[in-house]
Design a binder for this molecule. Structure first.
Ligand SMILES: NC(=O)c1ccc[n+]([C@@H]2O[C@H](COP(=O)([O-])OP(=O)(O)OC[C@H]3O[C@@H](n4cnc5c(N)ncnc54)[C@H](O)[C@@H]3O)[C@@H](O)[C@H]2O)c1
Length: 388
């Protein structure tokens, strides 16, 4: 480390990079944003970066032009199907990458990224803010402290009306891979992976709902996303090409070798009063008494939040509560700190990646058993083969 800030480029200048990462990077004394690439900016929006405090000259015409900026880090915030090829370009050039979730869409893609990282000795990381929340961390330690043996984990993230831009790449299977289960479910899978004592899976089932005509009307307005501007007529493609062919609601059930189980449900539009994230764990204490731990909150930035988030534990007839994270977005600050540690080579980033590889395998397998694989042409992967 030379003492200068880490020179950072953003690839993709949509919601996550413009609203979440750029302000944090600009406020952080150890980072400097020196370049941006997004085809939309390059063709018609160059001046728009001025509103975000960037010089129009920082907008690159081509992805490769960013490499002229002597970069230390790239933040990949593109549609899901481009994560691998985008991050790979920078890893080949020795530039570390922070890749938005989902890390990529198949274990094969991750294997290729990993090979490119080994070839140049360059680290990469997936953004996993939810797993870095303080309340999630507390839940994890309470489970470890009190539960012996198998646990039954149930996690759900249900939004009232939160389809990200209906009709955009988010709702197209060929670009997003899947819908709510990969979008919100990825966060849940990262969080719950850390709660399972032995993550060796023995069985998996999954269900993916089909979109209805109503799905397209449930845009996440807090993102600035309204209902689809293109008419979406029915569950699939409309005559003008707007597509909604991913699940607005998905769930999976997994069993593990030690007797633990995991159920996940993620829904963009559900029958709930407020956007709710709930992670519940049932287990048994060393004294044989049943423990029930539950975190009820709202992950992410939606303003339509659980009013009194809570982390509570019940053992027999005794119950206790712990403080929870209440400031939306703090977990993204924690993510950036972790990225800084990766750049300083102080983070066991390959171990973290191993855990995210298991998350990828779980979701990849879930979509396959539900009959709608994330990447249709990927052949069946040998069970348990995780390349990290
Ligand atoms: N961690 C989180 O909480 C979180 C939240 C939202 C989105 N995400 C993830 O971030 C990624 C982007 O999501 P978003 O909400 O910003 O979507 P978005 O649609 O708002 O932005 C995506 C941007 O990528 C650009 N793009 C398209 N093709 C490109 C290319 N070839 N090269 C560079 N840019 C290209 C688009 O023009 C668009 O501006 C997704 O993978 C999504 O899953 C993560």
């Amino acid at each position: 480390m030379t003492g200068r800030p880490f020179r950072t480029a953003l690839v993709g200048f949509g919601w996550i990079n413009a609203q979440v990462w750029l302000p944090r990077l600009r406020a952080h004394r150890h980072f400097e944003v020196v370049g941006v690439y997004d085809p939309v900016l390059a063709t018609r929006g160059r001046a728009a970066v001025g509103d975000h405090g960037l010089a129009p000259g920082s907008v690159a015409d081509r992805l490769e032009d960013l490499l002229a900026h002597d970069l230390d880090l790239v933040v990949v915030g593109t549609p899901n199907h481009l994560h691998e090829q985008t991050a790979g370009t920078f890893l080949d050039a020795g530039v570390a990458a922070l890749i938005e979730k989902p890390l990529c869409l198949s274990t094969d893609e991750l294997g290729r990224l990993n090979a490119r990282s080994w070839a140049t000795g360059t680290p990469f990381q997936i953004s996993r803010p939810s797993a870095r929340r303080l309340d999630v961390d507390r839940l994890r330690s309470l489970v470890r402290q009190w539960c012996v043996g198998p646990v039954q984990v149930h996690a759900e993230w249900l939004r009232t009306s939160g389809v990200p831009r209906p009709g955009s790449w988010f709702t197209r299977r060929d670009q997003a891979g899947g819908g709510a289960l990969i979008d919100l479910g990825w966060h849940l899978a990262e969080v719950t992976h850390g709660l399972l004592p032995d993550p060796r899976r023995t069985s998996l089932t999954a269900e993916l709902a089909f979109p209805t005509a109503d799905s397209a009307q449930s845009g996440a307005r807090w993102r600035g996303d309204g209902p689809a501007t293109d008419a979406l007529d029915g569950p699939d493609a409309s005559p003008d090409g707007a597509v909604f062919d991913v699940e607005p609601d998905g769930r999976l059930l997994a069993h593990y070798r030690d007797g633990s189980s995991l159920t996940l449900r993620a829904a963009w539009a559900a029958d709930v009063d407020v956007d709710t994230t709930r992670v519940a764990v049932r287990g048994t204490g060393a004294d044989g008494e049943e423990c029930h731990l539950e975190l009820v909150t709202t992950f992410g930035f939606s303003p339509n939040r659980v009013t009194h988030p809570v982390l509570r534990v019940r053992r027999g007839d005794r119950s206790r509560q712990w403080p929870v994270e209440t400031v939306p977005g703090k977990e993204y600050d924690a993510q950036l700190d972790s990225t800084l540690s990766m750049l300083r080579r102080n983070l066991p980033w390959r171990a973290e990646l191993q855990s995210s590889a298991a998350v990828l395998a779980l979701l990849e397998d879930a979509y396959r058993v539900a009959g709608r694989p994330l990447v249709p042409e990927v052949p069946a992967r040998a069970a348990g083969a995780v390349p990290c």
